[in-house]
Ligand binder design. Structure first.
Ligand code: ZN
Length: 191
């Protein structure tokens, strides 16, 4: 990775870490929020081979408008308008209830730009891996609903990078296997 790109990615990582510093991932026991952001950017680089600066910065910053006091103008000034616009595309209207937000992600998926699609696909794959790995205080039905919703979103946005598509599909297959195991064991939660 060119050193100027690395410097920009690290700048965004520090910015996101500070903005999200008092947040923990909902439902997970004290898991820092920034873990999620780093995983999404890391998967785009390692799995997808992506090196586009705006894409990688937007990946790290993709939840900063939704979950912190950061503004679109602030992002545009510091990281450029393209990054700010991609993050805005990926920002849910948090005044809406959870289920409606997830449904709108499916309805509006086809409107996303190519770069926003890659971030969203990897966001979903990363979340699926986390939801079915960590102890998470969601009922099995909510985990399954997240999985099914993600599959619907992915159907609209895949095709931009075959390696990322395959990585998403692997996450789905693995999660389905976990679901079968949990159901087979008659349990609602992983051991
Ligand atoms: Zn996310």
């Amino acid at each position: 990775m060119p050193s100027d790109l690395l410097a920009r990615v690290m700048d965004a990582a520090v910015f996101a870490a500070q903005k999200h510093q008092y947040q923990r991932r909902a439902g997970y026991d004290k898991l820092p929020y920034v873990n999620h952001l780093l995983k999404v950017a890391e998967a785009l680089i390692r799995i997808g081979g992506e090196r586009d600066e705006a894409l990688l910065l937007a990946a790290i910053l993709h939840d900063v408008l939704e979950d912190t006091d950061a503004t679109h103008e602030e992002l545009a000034r510091r990281f450029g308008r393209e990054v700010a616009d991609i993050v805005l595309e990926l920002t849910d209207d948090m005044s809406l209830p959870y289920m409606e937000r997830k449904w709108l992600q499916v309805e509006k998926a086809h409107l996303l730009s190519q770069k926003a699609r890659k971030v969203r696909l990897v966001d979903k794959a990363t979340n699926i891996r986390d939801i079915f790995t960590y102890p998470l205080d969601w009922p099995l039905e909510k985990k399954e609903a997240y999985l099914e919703n993600s599959i619907q979103v992915a159907a609209h946005i895949r095709g931009g990078n075959p390696r990322l598509d395959a990585w998403f599909d692997e996450a789905v297959e693995w999660a389905r296997q976990r679901l079968r195991e949990w159901r087979g064991a008659g349990k609602n939660e992983p051991k």
